[in-house]
Ligand binder design. Sequence first.
Ligand code: HEM
Length: 411
Amino acid sequence: MTFSLDPADPAFARDPYPFYAALRAAGPATRVRLANGTSAWLVTGHRQVRAALADPRFSNVPKPNAGRARAGCPADPARAALARHMLNTDGPDHRRLRHLAVAAFTPRRVDAMADRIRQLTDTVLAGLSDRLHRDGTADLVDDFAFPLPVLVIGEVLGVPERDRADLRTWTYQVGSPADALPAGTTERAWGRLHAYFDQLIADKRRAPGEDLFSSLVHAAEPDALDRDDLLAMAFLLLFAGYETTMNLLASASLALLTDPGELAAARDGGPDRWAAVIEETLRHGSPLEGATWRRTTEDVDLGSDTVIPAGSSVLVVLAAANRDPEVYPDPDRFSPDRYLPGTDRAPGHVAFGHGPHVCLGARLARLEAQLALPRLFDALPTLRLAADPADLPYRPGLLVRGPRRLPVRPA
Ligand code: HEM
């Protein structure tokens, strides 16, 4: 059977799970024809997804020339810099970049950010409250789930307070579909981010701060990062860290706003209950729908008569693995109980990936959500969704997953 898919279809964006269930039933990996005329192999079962993410025959290195800069386009130097990041590398190249970053992201240093995250959350919530008072309504994506992770990444990168508003604006602009903003805005924002990070690196070289990025700039190792590595790292931290965490915060808020019983249980339940809400949102919502694209370096035999030929594009679908009924009974139900401490706790999800590229920011993302979500619902206990959940738009595409808008109002 041949499967076809239009990733831009709004109905697929809102609910891709029936399609993934059909693929999972068809075999360990399935060739899918995409609307742009190309085809890709999708891996969807929990076991197969974990195996693929740990298998060096699934390479992260993009095709030669991908992301190469062309003259005259303000976005291209930034895109070319971004293309060099560690998620696009394998083996020793990857280990070199990752090893330095792991040394900066120690649990102790991440946990030490808790007070700053609380303060940043309060700043964001003050803005959200103002908007609710002024307009009677607000958007939990634009006014909460988006600004907080961007501010936190600003903290990681040591962006001075006075520049945070610019960082927020440019990030918003590069993350928006090109046709949603006046012509050229997205391209110019890429150029500005690139120039800004370049200057930031020069400033940190001269005067390191307490931030995690300063320790990368000053890593005293023989294979320390050069300017281009650091530019790529700054872009990677921004893009790997903000949209994913935004989707986690938005999907958790949506799940709780549509389930008053779960919201009440979370508010009465303390940190373990909130941690369970966050784990279940990661499983059920999969903020990163697919891992980054892989390419097979040789024919890969997955059994059941399935061989992925060498040179194939492969999408390892985290969202599908996280709803595999062989691992999670009643997988489409949002049920934080699965992740309460105890012996029958559900197996770990793959929302943060698996294997050599497993998420470097998982601890930070969990900390942010653990601090911000209870504060949101404590500060605004009467918050209600102001839209039919079935009508909420989701971002099209196969890589990220979360509602694009969450209109809310006080009861
Ligand atoms: C809910 C939030 C997040 C989710 C769901 C998430 C998910 C993931 C996943 C699935 C991967 C592996 C991708 C692949 O194998 O292709 C990954 C990698 C990565 N993430 Fe996250 N992430 C989150 C937040 C963050 C944050 C806050 C940061 C840092 C500030 C971060 C930094 C990274 C980096 C640097 C990598 C690349 C690691 C490598 O290539 O070795 N992530 N993330």
